[in-house]
Write a protein that binds this ligand. Structure first.
Ligand code: AHG
Ligand code: MN
Ligand code: MN
Length: 339
């Protein structure tokens, strides 16, 4: 039987981590806790989705021109409300809002910004497959008042903390503030995230590769060659891997983080920058991958070095086990050099 007197809650763990962040005492802990509260509310709504018939398409279309589903709207509003009045945040960026979200009148603005994808993998909701929430926290660069775009458009290497919540067979929050990657599993009977995966380190080489291969014909020769390598076509340089892809970045990334693997969303002839968004999808995943010993690149550049110019910009992404990411980058470079 589980010994509940021995558990470490998320709150206690992040409080203990404050020693690593002498400039951020209290506030960062509370900010992470605000996100955890939002995630618990989203989790409980997702669990009830089938029962209360909340699934369906809301009238709104999000800024990327995609159809929003009701849970996207709920998750977005829940996170905004968990963050916008606490005095810890000066601006919020969300996949579902075209502009920067200001702090409402009458509430204080704090020293952090949060960018999030409130519900990632939303096309999976109707088929009861895992979805997630992704978040990225930066310290503001302006000094006071409402945050500005300059506070949010910082390269990922400046992140103070980042993480995701996966709403799967169990609900897990995985985060890093730059000192290890730690996973917490929600115990629904007590409503707390409990430390279940301390110091996650990702294998140097993975078992899996994850990519939407229906785009194969539109990829560059380099990406095609690298993926053929994962099929086992180049055995002297790359051992063949198993393919795993569910179409939910959080779920695909989480599996690969634990088991080892590489996730790719390359650019292609139709979408040169691929599909994923830098600020609230690629940067947080790159930050976590690096903190766990892995790597992340857009094919040529380290993701965390990219200086963003707009809130919703996209970037190609190759993220996961270090040797596998290096292999993809090497094959892309060789192929470009030979052209
Ligand atoms: P979102 O649901 O937030 O729009 O994100 C979906 C993203 C990501 O989760 C996933 O990896 C990718 O879209 C899948 O895209 P394809 O269907 O093109 O493979
Ligand atoms: Mn997403
Ligand atoms: Mn989303």
């Amino acid at each position: 039987m589980l010994n509940r007197t021995m558990v470490i809650t998320l709150e206690r763990f992040i409080l203990d981590q404050e020693a690593f962040h002498p400039d951020d005492t209290g506030e960062l802990t509370n900010l992470l806790y605000d996100i955890a509260l939002g995630a618990k509310m989203i989790a409980s709504q997702i669990r009830r989705a089938g029962l209360v018939n909340i699934i369906g398409t809301a009238a709104a279309v999000n800024v990327q021109g995609e159809e929003q589903q009701k849970l996207d709207v709920y998750a977005n509003e829940t996170l905004k409300n968990a963050l916008n009045h606490t005095g810890r945040v000066c601006a919020i960026a969300s996949e579902e809002d075209e502009e920067l979200i200001p702090i409402p009148d009458g509430y204080p603005a704090g020293r952090y910004t949060v960018a999030f994808d409130p519900l990632d993998g939303s096309s999976n909701i109707d088929v009861n497959a895992p979805v997630g929430t992704i978040f990225a926290i930066l310290r503001r660069v302006t000094t006071a008042g409402q945050g500005t775009l300059a506070d949010v458009l910082q390269p990922g290497r400046e992140l103070v903390a980042a993480g995701y919540v996966i709403y799967g067979s169990s609900v897990m929050m995985v985060y890093s503030s730059g000192h290890g990657v730690h996973g917490f599993t929600l115990d629904p009977t007590i409503g707390e995230f409990l430390l279940s995966h301390e110091n996650i380190s990702t294998p140097r080489t993975g078992k899996y590769y994850s990519v939407n291969e229906s785009n194969f014909g539109r990829w560059s020769k380099g990406v095609q060659r690298a993926v053929r390598g994962f099929h086992g076509d180049d055995p002297s340089r790359m051992k063949g891997k198993n393919s795993r892809y569910i179409g939910s970045l959080v779920a695909d990334f989480h599996r690969n983080l634990i088991a080892g693997g590489v996730y790719l969303y390359p650019g292609d002839a139709k979408n040169v920058d691929g599909k994923l968004r830098l600020l609230y999808e690629c940067n947080p995943m790159a930050f976590l991958a690096e903190a766990a010993g892995g790597k992340a690149t857009d094919g040529t550049r380290r993701i965390l070095e990219i200086s963003p110019t707009s809130l919703h910009q996209r970037t190609p992404l190759v993220v996961g086990s270090a040797d596998d990411v290096d292999y993809v980058a090497r094959v892309i470079a060789e192929t470009a050099g030979a052209a």
